[in-house]
Design a protein around this ligand. Structure first.
Ligand code: DOR
Length: 428
C-alpha cells in the first residue's frame, strides 16, 4: 500500500525540513520526503496543491468524558472531532467518572480507543485517588496499563506535600506531571479574571496571582524532586515570567497554552456567553501578548486545545452557575494560525508547538515525518477562509464562543498510520 501526497509544502520541524516536496507513505510508515514529482507513480496519489503537509497534530490536553459523561462526549466522537481538526494523537484527562486513577480505568479507555477511535488516544492518569487531593492514585498500575502522564486537571493538587510525593513517584515511573496550577483558595467564588471587566460586570472574580502562586510552587517542587513538570494552560504574564526563569535555572519544566488564551481576552465575557467561562479564566490583552511572546521565545513549548465538552444544561444557566470549558479540537489549528498571519510566530514554530514538542512532553513516538516514523500526517490549506458552523461539529457538544466565527486555515486531510481518516469535511 503506497500513498503519495504531492504538490504541497512539507514542514517537519523535527527533521529540520521546510520546502516544496512530496511525501511518500508505505505500509503505514513514512517512506520519505522526496523532490516534487519524484515520488512513485504506482501509489494512491493525493494532491495537496497550495497546502502544508506536516506531521499529524499532537494535542496533549483533551477531555473525552468517557467513562461516565458519555452524553457530553465519547472517545469515538471526540476522536472524530480530533481527526477533523488534524489531530492524530491526543492525550485525555483523568476527570472522568470513575476518575482514571487506576489501571482498570486506563485499560478501559485504551480498549474503547482501540474499538472506536479514529485517531490515537493516550490516557493521562490522576495524581490522587478520585482527584480528591488526599492520597496518591495507583501510579505504577496506571503506568503499566498505558498512562502517558499524570494530572489532576479539572481539579488541583492543593497539598504541597502530596504534590511532592506525586512528583517523586512520577519520576520513579518515568512520567511527567501535568499541573493545573491555580490556588483555589484564592480563586474562591471567582468565575472570571479579576480586573476592570469583572468590576464593570459585577461578577465574582479571581486575581491572576492565583495562577502564578501555583506555577511558582509547581516549578519549585520540580526543582526539589527533579521530576518533570508540565504546566497546563498558562494564561498570565507573571506565569510566563516564572516559567522563563525556571527554564533558565535548568528546572525540568515545560508549558502549554491554548488557542482561546491567545485569541480572546476577558472582554469576551461582556457578552455573558457562558462559553467564555473557562478555567483558568480569559485574561487581559497584556497577558495575551506575554503568552504569545512566551510561545515565540520557547518559554511555552506547546499549544493544546483543552477540548472540554459540556452540554446545554451545563451552559444555559447564569454565568456563575455554568460549567467551565469549551470545545476546541476543530478550532485548534485555525485559531493558532492567526498568530502566523499576524507575524507573531513563524509557521514552523507553530507546527513544532503542535507536533514535535507536545509529543516529547508525553514521551510518545509521534510528531515527525522522518523516514520510518508512523505515517500520521495532516494536510491543511493555510489561506482557506471558512465559517465555523458548530451545528456540524463532530463533537457531541456545542459549547464554543467561536460559533459562526470566521476562520482562516483549514484541515483538508488527516492520515493516521497511513490510513486516511478525514478528507475534505468527511470522516472516511
Ligand atoms: O475549563 C475547564 N474545563 N478547565 C478545566 O480545568 C477542566 C475542564 C473540564 O473538564 O471541563
Amino acid at each position: 500500500m503506497k500513498m503519495l501526497i504531492e504538490g504541497g509544502t512539507v514542514i517537519d520541524p523535527a527533521a529540520g525540513f521546510e520546502g516544496p516536496a512530496d511525501l511518500v507513505i508505505e505500509n503505514g510508515k513514512i517512506a520519505g520526503i522526496v523532490k516534487p514529482g519524484a515520488g512513485p507513480k504506482d501509489s494512491e496519489i493525493i494532491t495537496a496543491k497550495g497546502c502544508i503537509i506536516c506531521p499529524g497534530l499532537v494535542d496533549i490536553h483533551t477531555h473525552l468524558r468517557e467513562p461516565g459523561y458519555e452524553y457530553k462526549e465519547t472517545i469515538a466522537t471526540g476522536s472524530r472531532a480530533a481527526a477533523a481538526g488534524g489531530v492524530t494523537s491526543m492525550a485525555c484527562m483523568a476527570n472522568t467518572n470513575p476518575v482514571n486513577d487506576n489501571g482498570s480505568v486506563t485499560e478501559f479507555i485504551l480498549k474503547q480507543a482501540r474499538a472506536y477511535a479514529v485517531v490515537r488516544v493516550y490516557p493521562i492518569g490522576a495524581v490522587t485517588k478520585g482527584q480528591q487531593g488526599e492520597a496518591l492514585a495507583e501510579i505504577g498500575d496506571m503506568r503499566e496499563a498505558g498512562a502517558v502522564a499524570l494530572s489532576d486537571d479539572g481539579s488541583v493538587v492543593a497539598d504541597s506535600d502530596l504534590m511532592r510525593r506525586g512528583l517523586e513517584y512520577a519520576k520513579t515511573f518515568g512520567l511527567c506531571v501535568v499541573t493545573h496550577s491555580e490556588d483555589m483558595s484564592l480563586v474562591g467564588e471567582g468565575v472570571m479574571n479579576e480586573g476592570f471587566v469583572s468590576t464593570e460586570l459585577g461578577l465574582p472574580a479571581a486575581p491572576h496571582e492565583a495562577e502564578e502562586i501555583m506555577i511558582f510552587r509547581d516549578v519549585t517542587l520540580a526543582a526539589l524532586t527533579g521530576a518533570r513538570v508540565h504546566i497546563a494552560h498558562v494564561t498570565t504574564s507573571g506565569g510566563v515570567q516564572i516559567i522563563r526563569e525556571a527554564k533558565k535555572r535548568g528546572i525540568a519544566v515545560t508549558a502549554e497554552t491554548c488557542p482561546h488564551y491567545i485569541t480572546l481576552t476577558d472582554d469576551a465575557v461582556r457578552t455573558f456567553d457562558t462559553n467564555t467561562k473557562v478555567n483558568p479564566p480569559l485574561r487581559t490583552q497584556d497577558d495575551v501578548d506575554a503568552v504569545i511572546e512566551g510561545l515565540a521565545d520557547g518559554t511555552i513549548d506547546a499549544v493544546a486545545s483543552d477540548h472540554a465538552p459540556h452540554v446545554n444544561d451545563d451552559k444555559e444557566v447564569e454565568f456563575i452557575y455554568a460549567k467551565s470549558g469549551m470545545i476546541g479540537l476543530e478550532t485548534l489549528l485555525p485559531l493558532s494560525l492567526a498568530l502566523v498571519e499576524q507575524k507573531k510566530l513563524s509557521m514552523s514554530r507553530l507546527i513544532r508547538a503542535l507536533t514535535e514538542l507536545p509529543a516529547g512532553i508525553i514521551s510518545i513516538d509521534a510528531g515527525t515525518l522522518k523516514t520510518g516514523a508512523g505515517a500520521d500526517v495532516t494536510v491543511f490549506d493555510p489561506t482557506e477562509e471558512w465559517v465555523y458552523d458548530v451545528s456540524k461539529s463532530l463533537s457531541k457538544s456545542r459549547n464554543t464562543p467561536f460559533a459562526g466565527a470566521a476562520m482562516r486555515g483549514r484541515v483538508k486531510l488527516t492520515v493516521v498510520g497511513g490510513k486516511v481518516v478525514y478528507r475534505d469535511g468527511t470522516i472516511v
